[in-house]
Design a protein around this ligand. Structure first.
Ligand code: 5GP
Length: 191
């Protein structure tokens, strides 16, 4: 999505440690018109795949996942983050390593909202090492639901998470893939 690349070039800030800040349009302030465009683009990419539900993790994935859900006219469910693994039997749960905070946390989703037979599209703002998405995939596995694919607003290709999933046969669509990012600028992968 050329528009995403332009937006990153115009408004993104490259921070030390391989972090891209997009607080002006996705992570704190949200450019709502652009968000709707992102949702429509994800809907276009996964049209005809029989997606029955969108899934993400709170908090930063919620906006884009909701936009995709609205465009596809399907519900969106987000996994909640828990500090402890002490959760009751009414939920599916797994552990995720956070790249941005360098800690582990637990994610849970109510068994009521994830069912066998659901065809799930995972959506997130960033795809870096892929830990967040792998945690969600574990919840899908526990529920006996089916993974249709992944859509990320921004993939940091240099961290390898997206290509790792592709190698495993998972369909991964990213609205922009950054292959290199440093003081000299940002290099996008041609898709
Ligand atoms: P992963 O689990 O793929 O390593 O990281 C994905 C999660 O970490 C995303 O949900 C996102 O919240 C956060 N994240 C990873 N890299 C970045 C980044 O460069 N910028 C921002 N704002 N968030 C990031």
């Amino acid at each position: 999505m050329r528009l995403m690349e332009e937006k990153i070039l115009q408004e993104g800030q490259v921070l030390p440690g391989g972090i891209l800040k997009v607080g002006s349009f996705l992570n704190q302030q949200i450019d709502t018109r652009f968000l709707a465009q992102m949702g429509r683009e994800i809907a276009r990419l996964y049209a005809g795949e029989g997606v029955s539900k969108i899934m993400t993790i709170e908090a930063s994935g919620i906006a884009i996942a909701a936009a995709a859900g609205m465009a596809m006219q399907v519900p969106m469910v987000f996994a909640k983050k828990h500090k402890t693994s002490n959760v009751d039997g009414a939920v599916y749960s797994s552990t995720v390593h956070s790249f941005t905070h360098n800690t582990d946390y637990h994610i849970v989703v109510s068994r009521n909202y994830l069912r066998p037979g659901d065809r799930i599209l995972l959506v997130d703002d960033f795809l870096a090492n892929g830990h967040a998405l792998r945690g969600l995939m574990e919840l899908i596995r526990q529920a006996g639901a089916e993974l249709v694919g992944v859509a990320a607003a921004i993939e940091k290709g240099f961290q390898g998470g997206g290509d790792g999933l592709r190698t495993q046969g998972v369909r991964v669509e990213s609205l922009a893939i950054i292959d290199r990012m440093d003081d000299n600028g940002i290099l996008f992968r041609r898709q």
